[in-house]
Design a protein around this ligand. Structure first.
Ligand code: XMP
Length: 528
């Protein structure tokens, strides 16, 4: 399998749609992962909710369709159903887990709720490899997660494989170009999963495997030029994170100095972050940049506010207001560049009425009277793909691999109390020490995020025979692929000891250090 960046330049300008598949999300835990694995095979993928109109799928001209897994039983009341029109699009269809069961049910196979479910590692016995399971061994391990089971393939279909609990664990009909697998090819515990996906994408759907994150650059540059036009001007709010940085560089490549970046320092950034961003853009990339010191303004607005959503709203609004003011000084700056990612915009299979867990201010919290047209060149990319694009654009490694940082900044890590300058200073110093130690231990890139949280709690301590009554710092470090799920990082004890010692010794108001050992779910990565 080729890597993200070594696709041939010849295909770079080809629109993604010419070489793409649609993944329909039936609410499965791994739907995003399927979309990513497809992309790793060099095929662009679009993840759409299962209830999408068939016409919308057809409009994308996909070369294949993948139906994801999902949590429901096909027999449950209100369970997502298969629109038979999807099978008439004239492209191959692969059903995975729930997707396979839906196909079996629709086409006259036998699906039953089994007494015993099949969860975790399982042994797959391949009877006939067919096209779907070609180049995989007769006996292989795979990963399953289901209770409903296919007992008989639909008439005219070939049953390809079975497992202990699944009489039909894979089937295909070459005539109808419909394929199904009960196991999950997208997870690492299915060693031949990527081969099965490649068989489907390359041999069955005839995708050419030429898509790459880097190939997006030319395509996006052309799109941006078309959107902004010959004379249009754009403004981009830089946060210092990889997303807004890469978005700005793409737009700069498209329209040059008609892009002006605005870096708003609301006093909520990490230590030295502002200086680094300003110098990288002005001195290294030579992108026009306005740095606005808005600390007083932001902190003024945050007085008396401790509710997390209220904070996000205030900060999001204030950012936009500052942009608007700066844009008004530039002739014709109608466009606002945002580093919105694919994971921010995809609607999960749950679809209607999914709970709002948090309103991320770069997507949900924009004011209704927004006076810009949005330019979002990263809307189709996952985070790791944005990093690949950034590296291709010549972004220095320390930017490419910068850990994600929330738009509202340190404000949402001051929990329970008001965001004051004093608290921000404590948290900023704590964060700097943590980052220094994590980098020193060579762990920075292994962690999705590592940061400190300052809750509104004071605790008693004793230092040099004296009673202290100090602040608590929470150390939070997580590993993750995409922030959808995360595990708390098992940092070495010696490192934790060093971090704790430095935080207390070097920051006077800190009296206690605790470690957050909550994964996501059930927690979220940030505390607010
Ligand atoms: P949670 O806390 O929801 O975070 O598990 C998932 C990822 O999103 C980041 N995050 C935000 N990013 N505005 C942002 O731009 C926000 O309001 C916000 N809240 C959380 C978080 O740092 C993590 O990477």
């Amino acid at each position: 399998m080729a890597s993200l960046t070594d696709r041939s330049a010849a295909s770079a300008a080809e629109p993604a749609e010419a070489n793409s598949v649609v993944v329909l999300d039936y609410g499965g835990q791994y739907s995003q992962l399927i979309a990513r694995r497809v992309r790793e095979c060099g095929v662009f993928s679009t993840l759409l909710p299962h209830h999408v109109d068939v016409a919308e799928v057809a409009a994308l001209h996909p070369r294949g369709l993948i139906l994801s897994g999902g949590p429901a039983s096909v027999y449950a009341d209100g369970a997502p159903v298969l629109d038979p029109a999807l099978l008439e699009l004239g492209v191959p269809v692969l059903g995975i887990c729930y997707g396979m069961q839906l196909l079996a049910l629709e086409l006259g196979g036998r699906v039953e709720g089994a007494e015993v479910g099949e969860f975790g590692r399982s042994q797959l016995s391949v009877g006939v490899s067919g096209r779907l399971l070609a180049h995989t061994p007769e006996q292989q391990t795979c990963w399953m997660s289901h209770r409903d089971t296919v007992f008989a393939a639909p008439p005219g279909f070939t049953a390809l494989a079975s497992s202990t609990a699944s009489p039909v664990a894979a089937f295909e009909s070459l005539e109808r170009q419909i394929y199904g697998i009960q196991f999950h090819p997208e997870v690492v515990h299915t060693p031949y999963g990527q081969q099965v996906l490649e068989n489907f994408l390359t041999d069955i759907c005839r995708c050419d495997g030429s898509w790459s994150a880097a190939s997006v650059i030319e395509e996006q540059v052309a799109r941006i030029r078309a959107q902004i036009g010959e004379n249009g001007r754009a403004i981009c709010g830089l946060s210092g994170g990889v997303d807004s940085t890469v978005a700005a560089l793409l737009v700069h490549r498209a329209i040059g100095d008609r892009l002006t970046c605005v870096f708003v320092d609301g006093g909520l950034m990490r230590k030295n972050e502002g200086e680094q961003v300003v110098s990288a853009f002005r001195d290294h990339f030579h992108v026009p940049l306005i740095a606005v010191d808005a600390q007083e303004r932001f902190l003024g607005r945050l007085v008396g506010i401790s509710d997390p959503e209220a904070k996000r709203k205030v900060i999001g609004n204030e950012f936009i207001r500052v942009f608007e003011e700066e844009a008004a000084k530039l002739e014709n700056a109608r466009f606002l560049v945002q580093g919105t990612l694919y994971s921010d915009v995809i609607e999960s299979g749950g679809g209607h009425g999914t709970a709002v867990i948090k309103s991320h201010h770069n997507v949900g919290g924009l004011p209704a009277d927004l006076d810009f047209e949005l330019v979002e060149p990263l809307r189709t990319l996952f985070k790791d793909e944005v990093r690949a694009v950034g590296a291709e654009l010549g972004l220095p490694e320390r930017f490419v691999w910068r850990q994600p940082f929330p738009g509202p900044g340190l404000a949402i890590r001051i929990v329970g109390g008001e965001v004051t300058r004093e608290r921000l200073n404590i948290l900023r110093e704590a964060d700097a020490i943590l980052q220094e130690e994590i980098r020193g231990a060579g762990l920075y890139r292994d962690l999705w995020q590592s940061f400190c949280v300052l809750p509104d709690i004071r605790t008693v301590g004793v230092q040099g025979d004296e009673r202290t009554y100090g602040n608590v710092i929470v150390v939070r470090a997580v590993t993750s692929d995409d922030a959808m799920t995360a595990d708390w990082a098992r940092l070495p004890y010696d490192l934790l000891e060093q971090i704790s010692r430095r935080l207390i010794n070097e920051i006077r108001p800190v009296g206690r250090v605790v470690l957050d050992i909550t994964s996501k779910p059930p927690g979220t990565i940030e505390w607010e």
